[in-house]
Write a protein that binds this ligand. Structure first.
Ligand SMILES: Nc1ncnc2c1ncn2[C@@H]1O[C@H](COP(=O)(O)OP(=O)(O)OP(=O)(O)O)[C@@H](O)[C@H]1O
Length: 325
């Protein structure tokens, strides 16, 4: 869906992206994380075709984003970390303005405005002025503007920053909804616990390079094998034997808790739960294992730093830098 190939971006005297390469699958939500200054915003700007790399390419399917940016923008939505809204315009006018900017034909514009408002839960706010909205609703309006042309891909830079817990929860539901409707999302954030709730992939950056890129769905092997966690109401000495007898693998038991690997979709997971209960186990909880993103992220950064940045520090920009628009 998106391919980023050997991207290099230089600010005056400073290399902010240094050979960044990765690919993003369709219908996924990629959490883009990294310490302050890692290069996340620069990467998103390059992916959106707003910053011209010194080297490398960004492809959206077959479209070279920097060669034919207008074609790319027709299929892409972008929300900057410092977005602006026209405070005096109503929600409907803000969306209509963006629909015009995206050259949506007038016959389809009203429907596009309604649809975007509906997707972001703003249908009852269409007549309200943007400047009167709460921060959470302004954020939703900004996202609605970014998707008014129904892009295949949306890039969001720190969409949760400054939102209260309730608004962040609502935002997570919105992002999940967009993915379920078929969009591909890349979301940068520092709030790892929430990213874990809705992201399907993790992309970790440090010093302008990719440290890690992996799926977050607990998949441990091709063919859909996943790691599960089971907690019993009380420990059972035969837990390991029971689990092995019902055909799950890599069983690890600790007191009333067990971790194991099993294959299959949601129906197979339901059947597995039924068999655990039929085997007489007092199941208190059973779910796909969480990856504990925060710990994994901190360990990754620590290991990378302990290796003394096996990667050499980013080089200073060798030539005149590309301008940031
Ligand atoms: N206009 C600029 N001129 C020079 N250097 C810049 C400019 N913008 C960013 N940088 C530098 O490039 C590096 C990457 O910045 P970027 O904003 O992409 O990082 P980030 O990962 O998004 O950071 P944060 O999490 O703080 O938003 C930083 O070291 C930053 O200081």
């Amino acid at each position: 869906m998106i391919r980023v190939e050997d991207l290099v971006f230089d600010y005056p005297g400073f290399r902010a992206l240094d050979g960044v390469t990765f690919a993003i699958e369709p219908h996924s939500i990629t959490a883009l994380v990294g310490p302050n200054g890692a290069g996340k915003t620069t990467l998103l700007n390059c992916m959106a075709g707003l910053a011209l790399p010194a080297h490398g390419h960004v492809y959206l399917d077959a479209i070279d984003v920097h060669r034919v940016p207008r074609q790319a923008h027709a299929r892409m939505g972008y929300l900057s970390d410092f977005f602006g809204l026209y405070a005096e315009l109503t929600v409907a006018r803000c969306l209509d303005y963006r629909a015009r900017a995206q050259a949506i034909p007038s016959a389809r514009r009203a429907a596009a405005v309604q649809r975007a408002a509906e997707r972001l839960g703003l249908s009852d706010r269409l007549k309200q002025r943007a400047g009167e909205l709460s921060r959470g609703l302004r954020q939703r309006l900004a996202i609605a503007q970014a998707i008014v042309h129904e892009p295949a891909v949306i890039l969001l830079d720190e969409p949760a920053s400054g939102l209260d817990p309730e608004a962040r929860f609502g935002l997570a539901a919105v992002l999940r909804g967009l993915k379920d409707e078929g969009m591909t999302l890349v979301v940068s954030s520092h709030i790892l616990a929430e990213l874990e709730d809705y992201s399907t992939h993790l992309l970790v950056m440090e010093q302008g390079r990719i440290l890690e890129h992996r799926a977050l769905d607990g998949t441990v092997a091709p063919g859909g094998a996943r790691r599960f966690e089971l907690t019993l109401a009380e420990p059972r000495s035969d837990l390991s034997a029971v689990l092995t007898s019902i055909g799950v693998g890599e069983v690890l038991v600790e007191g009333p808790m067990a971790r194991f690997v099993a294959t299959g979709d949601a129906a197979a997971q339901a059947a597995l739960l039924r068999r655990l209960i039929e085997a007489g186990l007092p199941v208190a909880s059973f779910a796909a294992a969480k990856s504990d993103l925060q710990d994994a992220y901190l360990t990754l950064l620590k290991d990378n730093r302990a290796r003394g940045h096996a990667l050499p520090p980013p080089a200073a920009a060798p030539t005149a830098p590309a301008a940031r628009p």
